[in-house]
Design a protein around this ligand. Structure first.
Ligand SMILES: Cc1cc2nc3c(=O)[nH]c(=O)nc-3n(C[C@H](O)[C@H](O)[C@H](O)COP(=O)(O)O)c2cc1C
Length: 323
């Protein structure tokens, strides 16, 4: 399949693995890239730019295919060394960056000069238009279904993708709720040029997470996610567990008075304990509604090959047969 995304990112299949904190290590990114998609290392999971440089080097040992790095711009009192991370990305010869969170404008000139393609992930048409205006090469549009931060507009991809494609000229990756060939074909029909998956890639053999995490995804259905931190305007879609119940109870009790400090124990610094330690009630962790569509733990290659061959059957068989 050839789309504007396969052309732009120089990949075989129009499938990207979104940056995921404490999941997007070299093992994950290289497995997706080796399978013909675009794997992405999560920049901020590496504590310093030097650590990121080592992780990129490790990924290069595991694949000779293109892979990307995610840079998430968080609102923060003491921000990470973003210029340092950008420098490492450029110096390591990485060719794709997935930016997310705040506007990446400050870093675009340096990235462009180094011919790094910038895919900005955002959750609304207005932010996607802004990304296009400042020179991003593509956008990844995260619908309301997505695991992680869906923003505050609550527009599902059935509306968000066609709206985005009405307005944008740059290529679009459909993100949020994508799991299989049906998602890919639907995303293309809605105006996207490819799809980005987060949660689905955690349920693969190569994902460097504890087996308890994969088991939790298999057990979960589409009703098992919750939105937390909405009163803080930092909404996150997470898998329900004891810690999430506590956060929701605190939100009910504190109402408009709530501050980040009230939920910090459940949401800050908990990822390693959950994702690597397998302590499934240690805190809140991002997970998409798409958990309801996850029924097995294939390798990344099996997953991507299955998506592409079933997409072919869907388009040539079922859809063409309707006409
Ligand atoms: C465990 C987990 C951690 C994530 N961490 C990040 C992150 O650090 N930065 C980021 O931009 N997106 C992050 N995301 C969002 C994904 O990159 C992707 O946009 C999202 O998962 C797509 O929705 P889906 O889960 O329905 O596929 C995370 C998602 C998950 C499930």
């Amino acid at each position: 399949m050839k789309t504007r995304i396969t052309e732009l990112l120089a990949i075989r299949h129009p499938i990207v693995q979104g940056g995921m904190h404490h999941v997007g290590y070299a093992e994950m990114a290289s497995a997706v890239s080796n399978a013909g998609g675009l794997g992405i290392i999560t920049g901020l999971t590496q504590r310093t730019p030097a650590d990121l440089a080592r992780e990129i080097a490790r990924c290069k040992e595991l694949t000779d295919k293109p892979f990307g790095v995610n840079l998430t711009f968080l609102p923060s009192v003491t921000p990470p060394d973003y210029p340092g991370y950008v420098r490492v990305i450029i110096d390591s010869g990485v060719k794709v960056v997935e930016t997310a969170g705040n506007n990446p404008q400050a870093y675009l000139p340096a990235l462009k000069e180094a011919s790094v393609k910038v895919v900005h992930k955002c959750t609304s048409v207005r932010h996607a238009l802004k990304a296009e205006a400042i020179g991003c090469d593509a956008v990844s549009i995260d619908g309301f279904e997505c695991g992680g931060h869906p923003g505050e507009d609550d527009i599902p991809n059935m509306i968000l993708l066609p709206r985005a494609s009405e307005e944008l000229k740059i290529p679009i990756l459909a993100s949020g709720g994508m799991a299989d060939a049906r998602s890919l074909v639907a995303a293309l029909a809605l105006g996207a040029d490819g799809m980005n998956m987060g949660t689905r890639f955690i349920a693969t053999k190569e994902a460097p997470v504890h087996d308890n995490v994969k088991a939790a995804l298999l057990a979960a259905d589409e009703r098992d996610t919750r939105l937390i931190m909405r009163p803080l305007r930092n909404t996150e879609r997470v898998l329900i567990n004891a810690a999430v119940e506590r956060v929701l109870e605190t939100e009910r009790q504190r109402g408009a008075e709530i501050t980040f400090e009230d939920v910090i124990d459940e949401v800050a610094g908990v990822y390693p304990r959950i994702l690597q330690g397998g302590e499934m009630d240690a805190g809140a962790w991002s997970c998409g509604m798409v958990a309801g569509l996850i029924h097995d733990i294939p390798t990344c290659e099996e997953l991507i090959d299955r998506i592409m061959s079933e997409a072919d059957e869907l388009i040539r068989g079922r859809l063409a047969g309707l006409i």
